[in-house]
Design a protein around this ligand. Structure first.
Ligand code: FMN
Length: 192
């Protein structure tokens, strides 16, 4: 039994901005509780969109050779996942969505190939998002996508932090409470 591993997935193309800073705060919280944390910025990776080949329904593996291959491993090994993306057109960014769609391979392992669970870990996922506007349904689409993504990966949707009216680069710095909330959410991951 090693340390709890927490994987953070940063879905914004804008580094050191709102999503990135909130994710950093959450990972810092988890780290303070003793978790081993890793952050992946999807913008740094070459991840092709799903090409609907359906090879994954035969053996659970995606034949597209790109950076998603190492991410499958990280997603499966992590105890908990923090998925962070700003809202782009009422959904997550296309970079983050490419990761989600490629997890069809993990969905296939679980629901088509009935691959047995390797362990009894209770794995949790949290979703962090920001958007510029303030509509009531701003996060509805993204939350639904992330719920099904977490289900494919085998983690339970355990909470989220969804922040409206944040638009400028790193504007979240003007909202220390939001960063504190992200930190606290990360700290809770250790105790789930
Ligand atoms: C292509 C694009 C689409 C966007 N679509 C929305 C949207 O539908 N609703 C919204 O409230 N904000 C939208 N935004 C604004 C971003 O969500 C907002 O600026 C956010 O703070 C960016 O976070 P980041 O700095 O972490 O990338 C959009 C921004 C871009 C670039």
């Amino acid at each position: 039994m090693g340390n709890t591993k927490v994987l953070g997935i940063m879905g914004s193309p804008r580094k050191k901005s709102n999503t990135d800073l909130l994710l950093d705060a959450a990972l810092e919280g988890a780290s303070q509780e003793g978790a081993e944390v890793e952050k992946i910025a999807v913008y740094d990776l070459q991840i092709s969109p799903c090409r609907e080949i359906y090879a994954c329904t035969r053996d659970g593996n995606c034949p597209i050779r790109d950076d998603m291959q190492s991410l499958y491993d990280k997603l499966s090994r992590a105890d908990h996942i923090v998925f962070a993306s700003p809202i782009f057109f009422y959904g997550i960014t296309s970079q983050a969505k490419a990761v989600v769609d490629r997890c069809q391979a993990l969905w296939a392992r679980r629901y088509i190939l009935d691959t047995p669970k390797e362990d009894d870990r209770i794995r949790k996922g949290i979703f962090i998002s920001v958007g510029a506007t303030k509509g009531k349904r701003l996060f509805d689409g993204a939350v639904l996508t992330v719920k099904y993504f977490f289900d494919a990966v085998g983690v339970k949707y355990a909470g989220d932090l969804l922040l409206r009216e944040i638009e400028g680069k790193a504007q979240i710095r003007e909202h220390p409470q939001a960063l504190e909330d992200a930190f606290k959410l990360g700290r809770k991951l250790r105790r789930f």
